[in-house]
Design a protein around this ligand. Sequence first.
Ligand code: PMV
Length: 322
Amino acid sequence: MIIASAPAKTILFGEHFVVKGCPAIAIALNVRSNVKVSEHGDLSIKVKSLNLGEEMIVDLNGKPVKLSPNLTPYTKIFEMLANYCNLKQAYIEIKSDIPIAAGLGSSASIAVALTAAYSRYLGLSLNLDEISRIAYESEKIVHGKPSGIDNSIATYGGGIVFEKGNIRRINIDKLSEAFIIIANTGVERSTRDAVLKVLRLYDKYESILMHVYEASRNLVNEAIKHIEEGNLRELGELMNINHGLLSAIGVSMLELEELVYIARKAGALGSKITGAGLGGCIIALSTKDSVEKVEKALKAKAKWVLKASLSMDGVRVMEKEH
Ligand code: PMV
């Protein structure tokens, strides 16, 4: 039996500004999805999600024979692996601790863990770049035109700076004491709508907003220094400034502001929208001194709250006897 897991991600700085070529920073969280591959009697690949209660069946050419709305995009992975070698029958179970549709990269994490587990089951030894590339193809089916941030973080773990399609890894070892608390507003968001709204505002007020984008670029460069030096206080301050910039480009709303200020009042070092905004989640940065208080305060208002720390580890694979 092969078991693989891969982490969730959150965007720490620079979302939206990244769409027009500014840098953004994403980090891996110690919340993971798990994929287990074992032998299966039939001549097919059966994939089951324990979270969704959905099941799909793929034939040994990588083609779906029983569809499932949320699992079908992963057939791309089998189709691509069929280019390396013959596929083998298998029973694949997916169990994820990452909330779905919350900007935490749940689908990419599953795609990475699935690619790693099933390719090992086939006897292939893919390197991390290949795993990330295959997962990206499956992400394209889920998200249309993803940036590549999610599959990169789920594969490599740690932190990355993403700029104009290029990914550079950064050292997050000195942030091991940090807690990231994620709180969900309960308001459904559409990344696509939020991105279009921001781009329209930019076109209308370019001479003003270009300075906000420039501020975000400088902020991210300053943040990289503080991440590598482990300066949590400064990172909190920069998160607060980043939140202000996101408000300026129109992706905040009352429910997000409430959570942002609840976190700060409870002692967070900083808090901000994460991801697309106009709903979805905020993140707060805390140390062990304030983490319980921040978590409790957010729980009183948010739809759900998740306490995480940063994960240096990306995808992990292990073999187990039955
Ligand atoms: O909320 P998410 O994880 O879908 O993040 C969206 C991030 C944006 O910068 C708003 C869009 C993008 O493609 O980078």
